[in-house]
Write a protein that binds this ligand. Structure first.
Ligand code: GAR
Length: 200
């Protein structure tokens, strides 16, 4: 059975989607820790409800970004799971941390990468006027939302959509995509070959 640690900064609906799939037995894994940078994150409640230890590394309590990054990386090394899942973790990992856990850290992003990286991806899609949008689960590398893509799911964008209606439509697909990628990883069905991921 694989061990997982989740990083989440807020609401945690993607975290919950993974918890639910593990509970129903579709993923052979155990979530051994939630790490959050935000002491007010609703994700903490979800962890407590599921009996998962929550570790708060409060970004605002550090003097500098470097100090926060060192502390986060140290905690991640101590927890040392088979897989890290970034589920709405809203900070860019520093290059050292990203490199340290390469090939065993995945992220969900609310856009069809490589389009619309970074924050407010759904707003970027609306503003650009694209007709399709979606979500991407990918390995984390040293760049921003640039690692090998595991899977993507697509939704239509309608003329009357705003950021919220589009985000809601994409989120439904995220709740399918993220647990599916976790399931594939935990059953050793993923092989990374350079920029490409093969699903075995
Ligand atoms: C999700 O839409 C996720 O894709 C996005 O934040 C939301 C978190 O929702 N992540 C990013 O934008 C990362 N750059 P959740 O807390 O309910 O899972």
């Amino acid at each position: 059975m694989k061990s997982i640690a989740v990083l989440a900064s807020g609401r945690g609906s993607n975290f919950q989607a993974v918890i639910d799939k593990i509970t129903e037995g579709s993923i052979n894994a155990e979530i051994i820790c939630l790490i959050t940078d935000n002491p007010d994150a609703y994700s903490i409640k979800r962890a407590v409800n599921a009996g998962i230890p929550a570790k708060v590394i409060d970004y605002r309590s550090f003097k500098s970004r470097d100090e926060y990054n060192i502390s986060l990386c140290q905690a991640m090394k101590e927890i040392n799971p088979d897989l890290f899942v970034l589920a709405g973790y809203m900070r860019l990992l520093d290059k050292k941390t990203a490199g340290e856990f390469k090939d065993r850290m995945i992220n969900i992003h609310p856009a069809l990468l490589p389009s619309f990286t970074g924050l407010h991806a759904q707003r970027q899609a609306i503003d650009y006027g694209v007709k399709i949008a979606g979500c991407t689960v990918h390995f984390v590398d040293e760049g921003m939302d640039s690692g090998p893509i595991i899977l993507q799911r697509v939704v239509p964008v309608y003329f009357d959509d705003d950021e919220d209606t589009l985000a809601e439509r994409i989120l439904k697909e995220e709740h399918i995509a993220l647990p599916e990628a976790v399931r594939l990883f935990c059953s050793d069905k993923i092989k990374i070959n350079g920029k490409k991921v093969k699903i075995l």
